[in-house]
Ligand binder design. Structure first.
Ligand code: MN
Length: 297
């Protein structure tokens, strides 16, 4: 099995994450180009998540919580609190800024994932948008196994979330001693991340925090759990456009990224985010030379 080994990163203001995507070998899984997992953290005596206003281009952000509460604010004027089981989906198009912060007061625990989906060329210069989905479909995959369909389709049930390429994302919960065969789209590549407990995939044990890459061509995965387990499964058609990723931007060239950076610094393109209490994120310098496209391994 092909593991996606996470790198540990400190985000602004104390939140630490394990970053599973991108890796050198797997810059994308379908159009999924970024995957961070954080927590579970006891945030009783801290400010919790404090991600100040920052810009995005060329992507959708997917916020998915397992525990806790986060408030999203963006340049469209959105203020949206998210709790576990709900989806915040922000489409940057040509450009949007947002902030994500724990409310005051907030629950004790904070645990979640943050993902980005690269937008295909045909729509990536479009207008920004934000969607909140409080009532996602849940599919019974078998006895004691339920899948919340976050984006795309699982077992014929489709999420209402608007996406722009063939893609899926689901949160699978297995009760003790559950066994299931989950159908996969054979043209998709997939990744599977263990969010809670541990599972056996095709006879091999995967511990909490393990993420594995599954190449296209599979039509199902066989899962077993001895105790309660939760998994994130993401997938999509292999994404062939050459992505240039830097800071919070996903583009196709150094020039595009540099233009987004200077537009943000000059206060053009990105409507301001109002109401956040965390300071605006500082902007790093561009590295010298050209930014290189990430290619599939
Ligand atoms: Mn962001």
């Amino acid at each position: 099995m092909d593991p996606l080994r996470p790198r540990h990163r400190a985000l602004a203001q104390g939140t630490e994450v394990d970053r599973y995507l991108p890796t050198r070998q797997h810059p994308t899984v379908g159009p999924w180009c970024f995957l961070d997992r954080y927590g579970p953290d006891d945030v009783t005596s801290s400010d919790g998540m404090q991600v100040g206003p920052h810009p995005h281009i060329g992507l959708q952000t997917v916020t998915w919580l397992l525990e806790g509460e986060v408030v999203h604010r963006d340049g469209l004027g959105t203020t949206q609190t998210i709790v576990p089981g709900q989806l915040n989906l922000m489409t940057s198009g040509h450009g949007i800024a947002h902030a994500e912060e724990s409310p005051v007061p907030h629950p004790r625990w904070l645990h979640g994932v943050q993902l980005w989906v690269a937008l295909p060329d045909a729509v990536r210069e479009g207008p920004p948008a934000f969607e909140h989905h409080a009532d996602l479909p849940v599919v019974e995959l078998g006895p004691s196994v339920r899948a919340t369909v976050v984006v795309g389709e699982v077992g014929g049930t489709r999420s209402p979330a608007i996406v722009h390429s063939p893609i899926m994302g689901a949160d699978i919960r297995l009760d003790p001693v559950a066994t299931v065969s989950m159908p996969l789209d054979r043209v998709f590549e997939h990744a599977l991340l263990v969010l809670e407990g541990d599972v056996v995939l095709d006879g091999e044990g995967l511990a909490l925090g393990t993420c594995v890459y599954l190449a296209a061509g599979r039509t199902e995965i066989a899962l077993q759990a001895a105790s309660v387990a939760r998994l994130l499964v993401i997938g999509g058609e292999p994404f062939t456009e050459p992505l240039v990723m830097w800071w919070n931007f996903v583009g196709r060239s150094t020039e595009e990224i540099a233009a987004a950076r200077s537009d943000w610094l000059e206060g053009t393109r990105f409507a301001p985010v109002h109401g956040a209490s965390t300071p605006v994120m500082s902007v790093p310098d561009l590295p010298p030379g050209r930014l290189l496209p990430r290619r599939a391994g």
